[in-house]
Design a protein around this ligand. Structure first.
Ligand SMILES: [Zn+2]
Length: 338
C-alpha cells in the first residue's frame, strides 16, 4: 500500500507556445554571445566544459520560467520545448563564433588579400577544423592545439551538453505540484528537521506507506540520521496538499569531510492536513522515544543519569558500529614509491 503521490495531469495553457520560444530566442541570442566570448577567453578545457554545461542549464531554466508562467504540467511539452530552445541557443552560439572569427580575419590586411574579402560560414568551419582551438591542460604548459577530428568531437560533446541540459531542466518545472481546483502552483514550505530517528523503522514506515510512522518518527539515541519535511500548500485556499520526506545523514568520504547524503522517502505524497500538524509537532518536540530507553533512563540512580562527555551531542553520540553510523576516519594512503 504505497502512498499516493502527485502526478502532473498533462494540462497546459497554450500561451506556453508564445512565452517559451520568446524567452528562448532572447536567451539564445544574448546567452550565446556571452557563452562564445567566455569560451574564447578561457583556454582550460575543464572550465570550458563547465561553462558549456551552465549555458545549457541557463536555457533550460528560462524554458522552466515560461512553463511556470504558462501553467504547463505536461512533461512531453517541457522536453520538446527545451530541446528546441537548446538547438536554437546552440545555433546562435555558432553564429557568434563565426562573427568573431570573421571580424578577426577582416581586420588583418594579409588575410583580407588572401580570402579576397570573402569569409562565409563554410570558410569558418574549414578554418576551425584546420586550426582547432588552443587548449591548456590542468597543469598549464605550452598548450596543444586540438584540430581535425577533435573539432567534430568537441562540437558533438558541446551539442549533447547544451541540448541535453536545456531539454532536461524544464522537466523539473513541469513536475512541480499544482492545485487543479484553484488553477495555481502549490507553494513550497520547509517545515523543519527531526534528528536522531530510527533508520530501520522510518524506512519500514516509508515502504509500508504508513504516514503515521513518517510524521511521528520513532527515535534512536545512537542514530545520526534525521528527516526533513517539505509541505506544498495551495496559496489560494491555504490547504496543505502534498508532503515530501527526506532522510539525511552525514558521511565522511576520502578528502571531503561531513558530506550530507540524502534519500527521498516520499516525494509529493498526498496528505491529510491533520498529519501535517503532527509533522510540525515532531519538528518541535523531537522523535518519539521507544519504551526501553524511557524505562532504562528512569531506572538509573540519581547522579548517574548524565554520563555525557563534553562536545558530544545526543544525535552524534558514540555507539556500536551499525550500518548507518559514521565510520572512524581512514588512515591516509601512502603515495606509491617511484
Ligand atoms: Zn487550491
Amino acid at each position: 500500500m504505497a502512498i499516493e503521490t502527485y502526478k502532473p495531469n498533462g494540462k497546459f495553457n497554450p500561451i506556453v507556445f508564445g512565452i517559451v520560444p520568446g524567452l528562448g530566442l532572447a536567451g539564445g541570442l544574448i546567452g550565446g554571445w556571452i557563452y562564445q566570448a567566455l569560451i574564447d577567453l578561457i583556454p582550460w578545457i575543464i572550465l570550458g566544459a563547465i561553462i558549456t554545461f551552465l549555458f545549457g542549464i541557463m536555457l533550460g531554466v528560462l524554458v522552466g520560467f515560461g512553463l511556470k508562467w504558462g501553467k504547463c504540467r505536461n512533461r512531453a511539452i517541457a522536453i520538446v520545448l527545451g530541446v528546441c530552445v537548446g538547438i536554437t541557443g546552440l545555433g546562435f552560439s555558432y553564429f557568434w563564433a563565426y562573427q568573431r572569427v570573421k571580424s578577426d580575419v577582416m581586420s588583418d590586411p594579409e588575410l583580407v588579400k588572401e580570402t579576397g574579402g570573402q569569409f562565409g560560414f563554410g570558410d569558418y568551419i574549414d578554418a576551425r577544423v584546420a586550426y582547432g582551438w588552443r587548449v591548456t591542460g590542468k597543469h598549464g604548459g605550452t598548450g596543444t592545439s586540438w584540430s581535425g577530428g577533435f573539432v567534430y568531437m568537441i562540437w558533438l560533446v558541446e551539442a549533447v551538453l547544451v541540448v541535453g541540459m536545456a531539454g532536461a531542466a524544464p522537466l523539473v518545472y513541469a513536475s512541480k505540484p499544482f492545485c487543479e481546483e484553484c488553477d495555481c502552483w502549490a507553494k513550497k514550505e520547509s517545515i523543519g528537521e527531526v534528528h536522531g530517528v530510527d533508520n530501520n523503522r522510518i524506512q519500514a514506515a516509508a515502504a509500508a506507506g504508513d504516514w503515521q510512522g513518517l510524521v511521528q518518527p520513532v527515535g534512536d539515541p545512537q542514530s545520526n540520521r534525521w528527516i526533513e519535511y517539505t509541505v506544498y500548500t495551495c496559496p489560494v485556499d491555504g490547504h496543505p496538499m502534498w508532503l515530501s520526506v527526506d532522510l539525511k545523514w552525514e558521511t565522511t568520504k576520502r578528502k571531503k569531510d561531513n558530506e550530507v547524503e540524502s534519500e527521498e522517502l516520499v516525494e509529493y505524497g498526498l496528505i491529510d492536513p491533520g498529519l501535517v500538524m503532527l509533522a510540525r509537532q515532531s519538528v518541535q518536540q523531537g522523535p518519539r522515544m521507544p519504551e526501553k530507553y524511557v524505562k532504562s533512563r528512569a531506572a538509573l540512580p540519581q547522579g548517574k543519569r548524565t554520563p555525557k562527555t563534553p562536545g558530544t551531542t545526543p544525535q552524534h553520540a558514540q555507539g556500536p558500529q551499525r550500518p548507518g553510523a559514521p565510520r572512524p576516519p581512514m588512515p591516509r594512503r601512502r603515495p606509491p614509491q617511484s
